[in-house]
Design a protein around this ligand. Sequence first.
Ligand code: A3P
Length: 315
Amino acid sequence: EQGYQEETNKRYNHIIQTLPKEKGWWFQNLFQCQGFWLPPHAVKSLLLLEDHFICNPSDVILATSPKCGTTWLRALVFATLNRSLYEFATHPLITANPRDLVPFLESYVYRNEPTSLPSPRLFSTHLPYTLFPDSVKGSSCRFIYVCRNPKDVFVSKWHFMNKIRSRELSTSLCLQDAFEMFQRGVSHYGPFWDHVLSYWNAYLQAPNQVLFLMYEELQRDPSVQVKKLAEFLGTPFSMEEENAGVVQEIIKLCSFENLSNLLINKDTNSDIIIKNPDFFRKGTVGDWKNLLTLEMAGSLDQATKEKLRGSGLSF
Ligand code: A3P
């Protein structure tokens, strides 16, 4: 590690001991930091962001709660922003998982020598808006947020966690225990609702700086949403592009069917804990119906209604 991270490390070692902690969903504890439950590496990322990250006004940060469509958003934004650079037949998304094309900000800040990224730099993050340091929030960088119905988020997360647990741990996480944690907000980067509201409020205050999308709307009418993306990025599709079917090509390239069937996204050989196939399961809306009891669904709906009351946002 380079010297410049030494002070941050000291700060981290001190702070982490003072934070409330809960047994998490797998082998890592979650730590409550400014109201949000973060895995330990994200607590450190936050400090590194505060101490060392130099935000570029042209940066574009793709923000999500885990399981809300990070992979899809990464692919769509990468393909939209760089559409003049690549042919669809030989596109980088065919040979790389979206996480390798849009770096995770929380990991990027760990690197001793940040790689130089082309401008505008694209990052992805799970951090809630309110936790970003003023150096980021006060700059003119832009955020694109995608949220998803909490019932589907919970179900997606439960499957995801158990898939990883089945490889790394010998025990699985029972649905009831997971549900209870999610409801209490003890979930990565949660409480889920507070995460959503952090970006929703930022969007209401500065709609030019924050774009707020929904997974369900992306499914319902992807071309409207992709056009929104392009406009927000300052690169609207021209008439020629629309007539040439570029929007449809992007949607097809980034679709669940296409991405999940690529060799690179079926590859289980890497030694990282979360493997490419883990990001692809069903990619549908409403899969909660296959797992949650009516009582669980009602209880989550009630929580959502209460937490979002008065915000103007609903699922
Ligand atoms: P399901 O578990 O409901 O299938 P994230 O990328 O934030 O980790 O979210 C993962 C969820 O998005 C999973 O949901 C996954 O199947 C779905 N997903 C991944 N790629 C997708 C795509 N290209 N289009 C639609 N959904 C996608």
